[in-house]
Design a protein around this ligand. Structure first.
Ligand code: HEM
Length: 414
C-alpha cells in the first residue's frame, strides 16, 4: 500500500489557492447570458480558420474555429437528450487526455454498456450504506475541528475537504494516504490551468490505483473498487484499464462539483437569513433548498458536445463537426423556465434545473451529491446554532466562469 512520505510534495501545498485561480474572477456572468439569450438562443461565434482556440495544449491538436453556445433551457435539454446528433466524443480531446477513455466521452452503444457496469456501484441501496458511516462521519470530523471556536471559514474548513475525503473513504484508501490523494486530485482537476501538472498527477494516481486494484483483486472488501471489480453485465466485467479512467473521473466529476455545490447552498442560505431560519425550523425544506441552490448557482457552468450532422437548432444552422457548448448556467436562469430566475428562493414553485445535465450522460453521481449536501446541511444546522455570515467578512461573494462558488465563507455561531 502506498503511503505518504515525510518529504512528500503535499507539505506546504495550498489547494485552495489553485482552486480560487481556477474559478476565474468573474462575479456575475448572468447579465451577459441574459443578453445573449434575449438576442439568440444559440450564439454563433466564428473564430476564423487557423486562429481558433485549441482543444488541448499541444501544437498538433485540432483548432476549434467555430463555436455555438446554447443558452435557453428548452434547447439545452434538446441537445443533451439527442445523443445521435450531438456526440460527447469531443471530451476525448480534453478530459480524455488526462484521464483515459471515460464514460463521459463515449457514445451509444458503448456508453450504455459501460455505464450499466459502473452504475451498479451507485445504486441507492449502496448509497444508504455510505450515509452515516462515511458521509456523516466525514462531516462530523470536519465540524469537530472548529465547532468550539465560535467562528470559521466554511470553505477551507468544511466544504473543500469534505467530498475528496468522502471519495477517499468510498474507495477504501488508508487515511495516511489522504494528503497525497488530495494533492493529486487537486492537480488533476486543475487540468484547464496546468496541463503538465494534471498529466503528471494522472500518471501518479494511475500507479497508486494500480496497487489498490491489485490489492482488492487479492482481498475483496466492502468498497467501491471491489464493487467495480466484481460488477458484471451480460457476462462482461471491467478490466483494470477500464477501471483507472473511471476512478480518475470521480475526482473532477464527484469532488470538485460537490464542494462547490455545498458551498453555494450555504452561501445562498447565509445571505438569505429568513430562508436559513425557515430550513432550520423545518427540515423537510432541506431537499428544496438543495435543488434551488443547484439551479441558482450551478457549480459547473458548461458541458460540451459536437454535431454529428448538419443540424438546425433554434433557427441557427450548425454544420456537422461544430463544437456546441451548452450553458447550464444560462439555461437554469432562463425566464421562460423560472420566474425571477436571478432570485434565490427555496419556496419557488418549480426548482427543476439542468445542473446534472440530461439524457444518457445525466450525472451518475447525482444521488450521492444530493445525499452529501443533505447530510452536510443538516449537520451544520444541528451543530452550529445561530449560524450567520461574519459581519466583519470582507465582501463574501460567488465567482467563476467555468466553475462557480464562493472563495471564502467566514461565519460566526454561538
Ligand atoms: C452537485 C454535484 C454535481 C454536479 C453539478 C454534477 C454535474 C454533472 C453533469 C452536468 C454531468 C453531465 C456531463 C455531460 O453531459 O457532458 C455529470 C456527469 C457525471 N457525473 Fe456528476 N455532478 C455532480 C456530482 C457528481 C458525483 C458526486 C459523482 C460521483 C462520485 C459524479 C459522477 C459523474 C459521472 C461518472 C458522470 C458521467 C456520466 C456519463 O457520462 O454517463 N458527479 N455530472
Amino acid at each position: 500500500m502506498v503511503s505518504q512520505q515525510d518529504d512528500a510534495p503535499e507539505a506546504g501545498y495550498d489547494p485552495m489557492r489553485q482552486f480560487a485561480e481556477l474559478a476565474g474572477d468573474v462575479r456575475d456572468p448572468y447579465p451577459m447570458f441574459a443578453g445573449i439569450r434575449a438576442d439568440t438562443p444559440v450564439l454563433h461565434v466564428e473564430l476564423g480558420a487557423g486562429s481558433g482556440v485549441r482543444y488541448r495544449h499541444d501544437e498538433n491538436a485540432p483548432r476549434i474555429s467555430s463555436l455555438f453556445t446554447v443558452t435557453s433551457y428548452e434547447l439545452a435539454q434538446q441537445v443533451l437528450t439527442d445523443n445521435a446528433r450531438f456526440s460527447s466524443a469531443g471530451y476525448e480531446m480534453t478530459m480524455g487526455q488526462v484521464m483515459g477513455r471515460t464514460i463521459l466521452q463515449m457514445d451509444a452503444p458503448e456508453h450504455q454498456r459501460h455505464r450499466a457496469l459502473v452504475a451498479k456501484a451507485f445504486r441507492t441501496r449502496v448509497l444508504d450504506q455510505w450515509s452515516d458511516a462515511i458521509i456523516g462521519a466525514t462531516v462530523g470530523e470536519l465540524i469537530d475541528g472548529f465547532a468550539g471556536d465560535g467562528h470559521a471559514d466554511l470553505i477551507p474548513q468544511l466544504t473543500f475537504p469534505f467530498p475528496v475525503r468522502v471519495i477517499a473513504r468510498i474507495l477504501g484508501l488508508p487515511e495516511a494516504d489522504w494528503p497525497r490523494f488530495l494533492r493529486l486530485s487537486t492537480q488533476l482537476i486543475a487540468v484547464m490551468r496546468n496541463w503538465e501538472g494534471a498529466l503528471a498527477a494522472s500518471r501518479e494516481l494511475r500507479g497508486y490505483f494500480a496497487e489498490i486494484i491489485a490489492d482488492r483483486r487479492r482481498h475483496t472488501r466492502d468498497d467501491l473498487v471491489s464493487q467495480l471489480i466484481s460488477a458484471e453485465v451480460d457476462g462482461h466485467r471491467l478490466s483494470d484499464e477500464e477501471i483507472y479512467p473511471f476512478l480518475l473521473l470521480l475526482l473532477p466529476a464527484g469532488a470538485e462539483t460537490t464542494y462547490r455545490s455545498s458551498s453555494n447552498l450555504l452561501f445562498g442560505l447565509l445571505s438569505n437569513p429568513d430562508q436559513l431560519e425557515a430550513v432550520r425550523a423545518d427540515r423537510s425544506l432541506v431537499p428544496q433548498a438543495i435543488e434551488e441552490a443547484l439551479r441558482w448557482e450551478t457549480p459547473l457552468l458548461t458541458v460540451a458536445r459536437s454535431a454529428t450532422e448538419d443540424v438546425e437548432l433554434g433557427g441557427v444552422r450548425i454544420p456537422a463537426g461544430s463544437f456546441v457548448a451548452i450553458s447550464l448556467g444560462a439555461a437554469n436562469r432562463d425566464p421562460g423556465q423560472h420566474a425571477e430566475p436571478d432570485a434565490f428562493d427555496i419556496f419557488r414553485e418549480r426548482t427543476q434545473h439542468i445542473s446534472f445535465g440530461d439524457g444518457a450522460h445525466k450525472c451518475l453521481g447525482m444521488h450521492l451529491a444530493r445525499l452529501e449536501m443533505r447530510v452536510l446541511l443538516n449537520a451544520v444546522l444541528d451543530r452550529l446554532p445561530g449560524l450567520r455570515l461574519d459581519p466583519g467578512a470582507d465582501d463574501p461573494h460567488i465567482h467563476g466562469l467555468i466553475f462557480r462558488s464562493p472563495p471564502n465563507l467566514p461565519v460566526r455561531f454561538d
